[in-house]
Design a binder for this molecule. Structure first.
Ligand SMILES: [Mn+2]
Length: 340
């Protein structure tokens, strides 16, 4: 535990009894949680400590938390008035996590989140995957209706619409990233917490009038140089990386470049068919890359963190979080690791 390549279960907001037993009975020793919730007490030291202990009561290590609520973070990402207060809160969350013994905080830098244009791309046997087609969205104009957080949260659409008259350029967004990362990295170093950056999904230079920074390898290299710290690394989403120009070649390049520098903190192990401008999510083994090859590549560069399956296709009769599909994808990954 903790020092070799392993699969964890993740991408749920709270540890229910159903989830804890599911994880343990399927052979996982650790989990990742995403976002938790907007309730402030969840992010205080006592709340985080209780969460870690709750996981341990099921025999599960809490590997990481991915994403604070976007409402805590959007002024930082857009350089809006009030970002300093949001940064102060973010710094406190990092300190609280360190004290509570939760070593990794994942984040992204997409104020308008993940965009998809279809939820029903046909896969084998009638299963369905999410898809994106750049032709179906406006890139420069402030039309943000393809964004998943907006689909989930109309309140957040109101926030983004409050800046609908503006286009956010690449240059200014780099300034916002730099301002943020320089403020939080020293706190992360001191707290013993690693910050793990997820790529922009879809990986395109701009959608909805907001420039994206992390849509190719150069963006990550630049961010790594700015941060210049052992506390900076990647939440390497192989699915998003596979949808970048270059597809499987880009996945290989990212693993080799950042893995050999010990900059992969953890990974999302999923795949897509096609690359930008048009791609869709799919089952492992039916996408752009060979899952066995990429697992070997991770091992070869000395990656010793955890991976999760991330998004999974919708399977008929699966409900809510998608236990059937997650069981299949995660089990597939466990099998590959055992085999190599
Ligand atoms: Mn991902």
């Amino acid at each position: 535990m903790g020092n070799k390549l392993r699969v964890a279960l993740g991408q749920f907001g709270a540890l229910t009894d159903e989830m804890g037993k599911f994880a343990k009975q399927l052979g996982f020793d650790s989990i990742q949680l995403n976002t938790l919730g907007e309730d402030e007490s969840l992010w205080e030291y006592e709340g985080l400590l209780a969460l870690r202990q709750q996981c341990e009561s099921y025999g599960l290590t809490l590997e990481a938390i991915e994403n604070v609520p976007i409402q805590y973070f959007y002024k930082i990402m857009l350089g809006l008035e009030g970002r300093d207060e949001q940064i102060a809160k973010y710094q406190q969350i990092i300190r609280n996590m360190g004290k509570a013994g939760i070593p990794i905080l994942g984040y992204h830098f997409m104020p308008d989140g993940t965009w998809r244009t279809s939820y029903t791309v046909p896969l084998r046997g009638g299963a369905r995957g999410m898809g994106f087609d750049l032709d179906l969205v406006q890139t420069g104009a402030p039309d943000r209706t393809g964004s998943l957080p907006i689909a989930r949260d109309p309140e957040y659409l109101k926030l983004l619409n409050s800046v609908a008259d503006r286009v956010f350029t690449e240059e200014e967004r780099w300034e916002y990233y730099e301002y943020f990362i320089r403020a939080v990295i020293p706190v992360a170093e001191e707290a013993g917490v690693k910050l793990a950056l997820h790529p922009d999904d879809p990986p395109v230079p701009m959608v909805g009038g907001i420039a994206r920074l992390f849509h190719n390898i150069d963006g990550f290299k630049k961010a790594m140089e700015i941060a210049d710290s052992d506390a900076w690394g990647l939440d390497l989403c192989l699915g998003t990386t596979s949808s970048m120009l270059g597809g499987a070649d880009t996945v290989r390049e990212m693993i080799e470049y950042f893995g050999s520098r010990n900059k992969i903190v953890y990974g999302h192990f999923r795949d897509v068919q096609g690359t930008v401008p048009k791609f869709n999510e799919c089952f492992l083994g039916e996408g752009n890359f060979s899952p066995v090859e990429m697992m070997r590549a991770l091992k070869k560069v000395g990656f010793t963190g955890f991976i999760i399956d991330d998004h999974v296709p919708w399977i008929d009769y699966d409900e809510g979080w998608g236990y059937r599909s997650h069981a299949h994808q995660s089990g597939y990954l466990q099998g590959i690791i055992d085999a190599i």
